[in-house]
Design a protein around this ligand. Structure first.
Ligand code: 8YV
Length: 321
């Protein structure tokens, strides 16, 4: 192939664009316009590769309309925006961006857990509203992290990072549920014990969701699961919107079926269920778990490396098909 043609579909670091431009003809979107699917298809005409950021749906319809496309490189570890079987059928390589965000995302999961259990945003709003006039013995009393039981659903790389932080840093008892049980050596490193989903939900003081989104994991946590949790428990979702039934969660928070939740991801984001905005016992962040500059740069560079390797005839670094 002569110089390949690459589309970078959202704004990214200029230095990453400059790297890709050394090797390819590049079209960018540095104004960060959110393209509709027809706009994306129009921009992809004649393109051999695309760098996506997790929001762009790549499916059979798009692939059929973009015959020159050879590779889609997602700047995200999650790839539920890709229909991988359709990409394989169309002969299009799919790649994601694992590993480089593991520790940053695990840090954030822990931050959100602590903010939730210790009611940090709720109490800050109270202070900012000028309502703090005196100390009182039970004001914004939360639940302990140290010595408590942390239940992790989804024990991939990020789940393991959270387990290590909990077990080694805070002396937590760590239990987990996953499609498959970890190798004993990994369980020992994480000091984590495998349990059933219902045991995890009934036993954990804090439930952390780190499962990838798929049709099977849709509403992993709904009304029935929330009812199993302790009334003092917290729930943290740093995985994907749709893993939790947000309407059911808002009801559980309102009725104090559980004590509190911390959410970085939402069904239909960037919209947030209005009932979640109306309850005080939830900490809400706009999908920023991987958002540190070094990590986002590493994610963008890994996506670029996948494009450059594959379009110069070498194997992709982190292929999904
Ligand atoms: C991304 C994420 O920031 O990697 C993922 O799967 O959810 C986040 O780290 C987001 O998907 C946009 O790329």
């Amino acid at each position: 192939m002569s110089r390949p043609k690459i589309l970078i579909s959202r704004a990214v670091f200029p230095e990453v664009i400059a790297r890709v431009e050394q090797f390819a003809d590049v079209q960018t979107n540095q104004d960060d316009v959110l393209w509709t699917k027809p706009e994306l298809i129009a921009r992809l005409q004649g393109m051999n590769g695309v760098l996506t950021t997790g929001g762009e749906r790549i499916d059979a319809e798009l692939l059929a309309a973009c015959p020159d496309l050879k590779i889609c490189a997602n700047m995200a570890v999650g790839y539920n925006n890709f229909d991988v079987p359709a990409m394989t059928a169309a002969g299009v390589k799919a790649t994601n961006a694992p590993d480089v965000l593991t520790e940053t995302t695990a840090d954030f999961g822990f931050a959100l857990l602590m903010a939730t259990a210790r009611r940090m945003t709720e109490s800050e709003h109270y202070l900012r509203a000028g309502l703090w006039t005196k100390w009182s013995y039970d004001m914004f009393a939360g639940s302990d992290i140290h010595g408590s039981t942390l239940g992790i659903m989804g024990m991939g790389r990020i789940g393991q990072g959270i387990a290590r932080r909990g077990a080694h840093g805070f002396g937590m008892r760590v239990i987990y549920h996953n499609r498959s049980r970890l190798e004993p050596v990994l369980e020992a490193q994480c000091k984590a014990q495998y349990v059933s989903k219902s045991e995890l939900l009934t036993t954990a003081d804090h439930v952390m969701l780190v499962v990838p989104y798929s049709a099977e994991s849709h509403h992993t946590i709904g009304e029935a699961e929330l009812a199993l949790m302790k009334p003092t428990a917290t729930l943290v979702n740093i995985a994907r919107g749709g893993i939790v039934d947000d309407a059911a969660l808002a009801r559980a928070l309102k009725n104090r079926t559980i004590a509190a939740a911390g959410l970085d991801v939402f069904e239909g984001e960037p919209r947030v269920h209005p009932d979640l905005l109306g309850v005080p016992n939830v900490v809400l962040t706009p999908h920023i778990a991987s958002a540190t500059i070094p990590t986002r740069l590493a994610m963008a560079n890994l996506a670029a490396d996948n494009l450059l390797a594959f379009l110069s005839g070498k194997p992709a670094l982190t292929p999904l098909n």
